[in-house]
Write a protein that binds this ligand. Structure first.
Ligand code: GDP
Length: 453
C-alpha cells in the first residue's frame, strides 16, 4: 500500500509576503499536475498559475518546484508551491490539496519523520534539525548545526563499530575454540578495546551537562523578599514589559520566564513570586513553583531593597543553597545604601554583589556584563560537547554500564557472558542514532516539531 501523500504550510504564520506549501509522497507529482497543469523539470523553479482543480478558478500565481525521490529531502517525491502569503490564498490552496485523492494534512514533524524512515538522516540529526529551528542564540544555532551534520551520530556509529569489532574477536573464540589455528589470546585485545571505548564515552559524558544547558538556556532565578524590585529588574534586563510591576507586595503570582541572548549564549531569567508566607492558595502555589524552580537554577540573583533593614536577618539564611548566589542591592537611587553599611558581615555567603537601581537603570550594565561573562565561562568549549539531550546521556550511560559489566566479566572467564554485555552496549549505542527498536521514542521526538517540517 502507498503511503499517504502529506502536505502542509511550511513557512511561518500568515499573513506574509510568501507562503511555502510542501507536498510529499507518491501523489506529489499528480497534485502539481492538478494544481498547475504540469510537472516542472526537477529542481527548477517555474512560474505558474495555481487553479482549484474543482472549478478551475485561479487561486494565485506561484513558483512551483519539483524534487523527485529518492534524492529529495525526505527521500520521496516532493513538490513545493510558493504562493502569496495571505490567509485566503493559503486556505484555498490547502483546501484544493485536501480534495486530491490520497492527500492529507501533515502532522507535526511528519516530513522529517519520513526523511528518517527513508534513511535520509539519523535520529540525532533529526533532533539537531528540531534544535536548529528552535535556536534563539548564535551558540545554540552552532550546536544544533553540528548535531544536524552528524557530530554525535557519527561518533556513536564509530563507537558502535569498535564494539562490534571487539565482539567479533570474542565470538571467533567461542565459535572456533576447538580449532587449533585460532589464536589463544583474542580476549586480551577485545577487552583492551572495550576498556578504551568505555573511557572515551565516559570522557564525553563528563561535560557537566553543558550541551543540554546550551539547548535549554542557563537558568538565572531572580529571588528575594516581596517589593524588593525583582519584577522591575527582570523588565530592565529584558528591556521589555514581560513582568507586571506593581507597588503592592505579592503580585507576581507565578514564575515568569524571559529568554535572553547574552553575548551569544542563552540565558533564561525566572522571576519568582515574592517568596514569603501567604494564606492565599493561588499565591501559595506560585510560591511553591517559584521555590522549586529557583532551587534548580544555575545562578540566583537575590534582590533586596537597600533602603529596608528588616529583611537583613533572613537574607543569608534564605540563600543558603548550593546554588551560586549574587546579591543585588536595589533602589540605590533612593539614597545611601543603609543595609550595606549596617550589616556588611552578613553578606559573606554571596559570590558576588551589585548595587544598582532597577528603576533608573544605573549600575545595570555592570550586572549585565557579569552575567555575560558568567554565561561565556559556563559555556566555554561547548564546541567539543557531544551530548545535547537527556536521551543521548541516557543511552551513553547505559553503554558505559554495559561495557563495565563486560569488563568485570573477564574475571569469570566466560566469553558468552562478555559477548552478551558487549552486544547490549552495541544495542544501546544503536538506539542513540535510531538504528534499533526506536518506535517508542519516535513519537516523543517528532511531536516537538512544528507542522510543515
Ligand atoms: P517585586 O515584588 O520584588 O517584584 O518588586 P517590584 O518590581 O514589583 O517593585 C516593587 C516596587 O518598588 C515598585 O513600586 C517599583 O516601582 C519599586 N522599585 C523597584 N526598583 C526600584 C528602584 O531601583 N528604585 C526605586 N525608587 N523604586 C524601585
Amino acid at each position: 500500500m502507498d503511503r499517504p501523500t502529506i502536505f502542509a504550510l511550511s513557512s511561518g504564520r500568515p499573513p506574509a509576503a510568501v507562503a511555502v506549501v510542501r507536498i510529499c509522497g507518491p501523489q506529489a507529482g499528480r497534485a502539481l499536475q492538478a494544481l498547475i497543469g504540469r510537472v516542472p523539470p526537477p529542481r527548477r523553479a517555474v512560474l505558474a498559475r495555481v487553479r482549484d482543480p474543482a472549478d478551475g478558478e485561479i487561486i494565485d500565481e506561484a513558483l512551483a518546484l519539483w524534487f523527485p525521490g529518492p534524492n529529495s529531502e525526505t527521500g520521496e517525491d516532493m513538490a513545493e508551491v510558493q504562493v502569496h502569503g495571505g490567509p485566503a490564498v493559503i486556505t484555498a490552496l490547502l483546501g484544493a490539496l485536501r480534495d486530491i485523492e490520497g492527500c492529507r494534512m501533515a502532522e507535526p514533524g511528519e516530513f522529517t519523520r519520513r526523511a528518517f524512515l527513508n534513511g535520509r538522516l539519523d535520529l540525532t540529526e533529526a533532533e539537531g534539525l528540531a534544535d536548529l529551528i528552535a535556536a534563539e542564540t548564535p551558540a545554540q544555532r552552532r550546536q544544533a548545526f553540528r548535531q544536524l551534520k552528524g557530530l554525535i551520530g557519527d561518533q556513536a556509529e564509530t563507537w558502535r563499530g569498535q564494539i562490534v569489532e571487539a565482539l567479533a574477536l570474542i565470538e571467533a573464540r567461542i565459535d572456533f575454540s576447538d580449532e587449533a589455528d585460532v589464536p589463544e589470546d583474542l580476549l586480551g585485545p577485545a577487552m583492551h578495546g572495550a576498556q578504551q571505548l568505555r573511557d572515551a564515552i565516559a570522557a564525553a559524558l563528563a561535560d557537566r551537562g553543558r550541551g543540554e544547558r546550551l539547548r535549554d538556556g542557563l537558568v538565572v532565578a531572580i529571588a528575594g523578599p516581596p517589593n524588593a524590585g525583582k519584577s522591575t529588574l527582570l523588565n530592565r534586563l529584558a528591556r521589555r514589559e514581560a513582568a507586571i510591576v506593581s507597588p503592592y507586595p505579592g503580585t507576581t503570582r507565578d514564575v515568569i520566564e524571559v529568554h535572553l541572548d547574552l553575548a551569544g549564549y542563552p540565558v533564561t531569567l525566572l522571576d519568582t513570586a515574592g517568596i514569603r508566607s501567604s494564606d492565599d492558595p493561588v499565591e501559595q502555589e506560585g510560591i511553591r513553583r517559584a521555590t522549586a524552580r529557583a532551587a534548580l537554577a544555575d545562578l540566583v540573583l537575590w534582590v533586596i531593597d537597600s533602603q529596608a533593614t528588616e529583611h537583613a536577618a533572613s537574607i543569608v539564611h534564605e540563600s543558603e543553597t548550593k546554588t551560586i548566589c549574587w546579591l543585588i542591592r536595589n533602589k540605590v537611587d533612593l539614597g545611601g545604601d543603609k543595609l550595606w553599611k549596617n550589616s556588611e558581615s552578613r553578606f559573606a555567603a554571596y559570590n558576588n554583589e551589585f548595587a544598582l537601581s532597577a528603576a533608573t537603570g544605573s549600575g545595570i550594565e555592570a550586572l549585565i556584563g557579569a552575567l555575560s561573562n558568567y554565561a561565556a565561562e559556563y559555556f566555554a568549549a561547548t564546541e567539543s560537547v557531544l551530548v545535547t539531550r537527556a536521551r543521548h546521556r541516557g543511552a551513553l550511560e547505559e553503554t558505559v554500564a554495559a561495557l563495565d559489566r563486560a569488563l568485570a566479566q573477564r574475571a569469570s572467564g566466560s566469553e558468552e557472558l562478555i559477548a552478551e554485555d558487549l552486544r547490549a552496549a552495541a544495542t544501546t549505542l544503536g538506539r542513540l542514532a535510531g538504528r534499533v527498536d526506536v518506535e517508542d521514542i519516535l513519537d516523543v521526538i517528532f511531536r516537538d516539531f512544528c507542522i510543515g517540517k
